[in-house]
Design a binder for this molecule. Structure first.
Ligand code: SF4
Length: 211
């Protein structure tokens, strides 16, 4: 029964999030928001080694996170959709794709399942992610809803990214963007840019759906 459940879960995850990687068509000029918030080398590996992305989805914390996302989206009667926006950076056109957990045309919500202490939230990367969602979708209001065994916390993201901010984000895209990314990265065993973690973080936010 467990194997059947995991098989159906993986089919669901691939269809919802990773089909575009398996099709092998995307260059680094076509980017998901979650990739731009993180490591550039990881985005490159995602394209050449998509099965590692899918295998990473099988971590228990990611399964729990996806179950919570599906439950909330079902309660809200929302099905995730992909939005995109293109920008010119030094003569090269980049298309950024956003797949928010909820967006009704005005209000956008990003759900985050986390085991991190509530006082450590929000994380800078999560704010960046939602600002990019706002930039892509044109949402008027945006929130992060943190769900944790310790409690629930809503954070409104009032800041906006301008086109120039997004250009700078693309130009400054590095490997890694933050050395703390390397600790949980599935590519760390062979990545030439791997940086050992500088601080111990026993409780991490779910890297839900790798997005
Ligand atoms: S190990 Fe670090 S530098 Fe390498 S892909 Fe992963 S996050 Fe990026």
């Amino acid at each position: 029964m467990l194997e059947l459940l995991l098989k159906k879960y993986l089919d669901h995850i691939i269809k919802k999030y990773h089909q575009w990687l398996l099709e092998g068509r995307q260059s680094l000029q076509e980017l998901a928001v979650y990739e731009l918030c993180g490591c550039k080398q990881r985005a490159t590996f995602n394209r050449t080694l998509p099965h590692i992305v899918i295998a990473n989805s099988i971590k228990p914390i990611n399964i729990v996170s996806e179950a919570i996302h599906e439950g909330l989206e079902s309660i809200l009667g929302y099905s995730e959709k992909v939005f995109s926006k293109t920008i010119d950076v030094g003569g090269t056109r980049y298309t950024i794709y956003a797949q928010p957990d909820y967006f009704d045309g005005e209000v956008l919500i990003d759900f985050k399942f986390t085991t991190a202490p509530l006082e450590t939230l929000p994380k800078e990367r999560h704010i960046m992610q939602v600002k990019l969602y706002k930039w892509v979708t044109g949402a008027k209001k945006a929130y992060i809803l943190y769900l944790s065994p310790r409690g629930i916390r809503e954070v409104e993201v009032t800041e906006e990214f301008t086109d120039e901010d997004v250009r700078k984000l693309i130009e400054s895209w590095s490997s890694p963007r933050d050395p703390r990314e390397c600790g949980e990265c599935p590519y760390k065993y062979f990545c030439p840019h791997y940086k050992p973690q500088v601080a111990t973080q026993p409780q991490q936010t779910a890297q839900q759906r790798n997005r």
